[in-house]
Design a protein around this ligand. Structure first.
Ligand code: IMP
Length: 203
């Protein structure tokens, strides 16, 4: 069967299809549905936004659809940037603008109070419009200066707990073993296995 991943980001589709072990399943992206409108991510939580994206893609295509929504929650900033992670420094902000804003806001905050976590919610919308959610989280701390040039987003300023390197100093394969997205996807794998032990429907 086909599962539509509600994104036009090829890297995300590749990552999802590499982590999920679903034989006989083909993962396709929204590029296969060029007329499908972009979902308006106007929810108040990661769950809301993942559901908005997955249900719109499922409704539009008639296929099972999966979407994720993710972001960084920083304790000293009362959970910011949270669901605004992609546009923290403004609507046209790039990754650097966003992590620069975080570092500026966190100037003077001592090492012990720089705790944060990445969160990823995955939503799968199946036939009958049923929605299933999984959530992955990874705890860590925010650096005082950016380090490393691998990865994307806030990777240069996030050190996962138990490591002394930022996500951006890690090999992508290493990050993808432990990331919030990988955790949510591994749970999704268990959920699908339990939901339909004989595999997803062929059509
Ligand atoms: P989205 O869920 O793909 O829309 O991600 C929202 C934003 O969260 C991204 O634009 C990044 O700024 C941030 N983000 C999510 N996951 C990661 C990650 O693994 N590393 C760094 N930043 C991330």
């Amino acid at each position: 069967m086909d599962i539509l991943i509600a994104t036009r980001n090829k890297g995300k589709i590749r990552e999802i299809s590499e982590i999920l072990d679903l034989p006989e399943t083909r993962f396709i992206g929204l590029d296969s549905f060029p007329d499908c409108p972009d979902a308006e991510e106007n929810g108040r939580t990661f769950d809301d936004n993942a559901l908005i994206k997955a249900s719109q893609a499922a409704y539009y295509s008639g296929l099972w659809a999966m979407a994720d929504d993710s972001g960084l929650l920083i304790d000293a900033l009362s959970g910011q940037p949270g669901i605004l992670s992609a546009r923290f420094a403004g609507p046209d902000a790039d990754y650097r603008d966003n992590w620069m804003k975080v570092l500026e806001l966190m100037q003077g905050i001592p090492a012990g109070k720089r705790t944060a976590r990445f969160v990823c919610v995955m939503c799968l919308v199946g036939n009958n419009n049923r929605a299933f959610f999984t959530r992955g989280e990874i705890e860590g701390t925010i650096t005082a200066e950016p380090r490393g040039d691998s990865g994307f987003g806030y990777d240069p300023i996030f050190i996962p707990a138990g490591s002394d390197r930022t996500f951006a100093e890690m090999d992508p394969a290493e990050k993808n073993q432990i990331s919030h997205r990988a955790l949510a996807l591994k749970k999704m794998q268990h959920l699908i296995n339990g939901l339909v032990p004989s595999g997803l429907p062929k059509t």
